[in-house]
Design a protein around this ligand. Structure first.
Ligand code: HBI
Ligand code: FE
Length: 283
């Protein structure tokens, strides 16, 4: 069915991965991306991410076969990866997560788009997102996120859930005994942002707070101006609805924050210089 249609039924968006249709060039694109990432992630991403890659058999050699990957994922946390053509409607996305299905684009970027794509492809979705789903605490957080999303749709607070996803699942950092590490898939699937998020003096790095994050707009087309830092690699927030509803009500009385804003009440780990985005504006 036409993916632009307004169906809210996940089944209308699922398809077969079409594993045998990938070309040698497709697998070579994966291999190039995966080997580049592996080298740069060591010591920068949480250790459980690299363990997840290994346990899933996600290799640097080629695009993984979802059937093989899903046997291991299902055994570990009861999750499964399902193939979709691209972005699915929010409600469909939440329904899938709430039933422990992670939607992944089946297509892979062309060699000339190696560093930037507008919609998530199989490399971002599988390499970036799936390794942590091998971990129970994370797997449970993602399911809870899906459930909270369905509630948010009824309360008119979808934008708050989108911000939460953005600043945790996609662009989260975490404190670990070894120092600051990456947990977000958007960072872990991008070589440029892997280094920028941890090492650049430009962005703010702010201790995670659920309400603070839900107030904060985000950039979709460039590195983040602020990253939020979980207190530990497993310190994902609980999203029970009885806490979220009063929180949403409180936030509706406050103005939104811009991506680079820093508040007096923030737990600031790094006050960014802002140099990176300032240069961009001038260029
Ligand atoms: N669809 N396939 C796919 N992948 C996503 O990450 C995704 C989506 N639809 C909606 C969406 N994300 C976001 O708007 C969520 O943060 C709500
Ligand atoms: Fe993503």
């Amino acid at each position: 069915m036409n993916p632009n249609a307004t169906s809210e039924n996940p089944r209308d968006f699922l398809r077969d991965q079409g594993f045998s249709d990938y070309t040698a060039e497709d697998h070579a694109t994966w291999a190039r991306l995966a080997s580049r990432q592996r080298a740069i992630l060591e010591g920068r991403v949480v250790d459980t991410f690299l363990e997840g890659l290994d346990r899933l058999g996600i290799s640097g050699e080629g695009i993984p076969d979802f059937r093989v990957m899903n046997e291991r994922l299902m055994a570990a946390t009861g999750w499964e990866v399902v193939a979709v053509p691209g972005l699915v409607p929010d409600i469909v996305f939440f329904k899938l997560l709430a039933t422990r299905k992670f939607p992944a684009g089946y297509w892979i970027r062309k060699p000339e788009q190696i560093d930037y794509i507008e919609e998530p492809d199989v490399f971002h979705d599988v390499y970036g997102h799936v390794p942590l789903i091998m971990q129970r605490v994370y797997a449970d957080y993602l399911e809870e996120y899906g459930r909270a999303g369905l509630e948010a749709a009824r309360h008119g607070t979808l934008h708050r859930l989108a911000r939460l996803y953005w600043y945790t699942v996609e662009f989260g950092l975490a404190q670990t005994p070894q120092g600051l590490r990456i947990v977000g898939a958007g960072i872990a699937s991008s070589p440029g942002e892997t280094v920028f998020a941890l090492e650049s003096p430009s962005p703010n790095r702010i201790g995670f707070d659920l309400g603070r994050v839900m107030r904060t707009r985000y950039r979709i087309d460039d590195y983040q101006e602020s990253y939020f830092v979980l207190d530990g690699p497993d310190a994902w927030p609980r999203l029970d609805i009885s806490t979220l509803i009063p929180l949403w009500r409180e936030l509706d009385r406050e103005h939104d924050l811009e991506p680079g804003d820093v508040l007096g009440s923030d737990r600031v780990l790094t006050r960014g210089s802002g140099a990176y985005h300032r240069e961009k504006v001038r260029a």
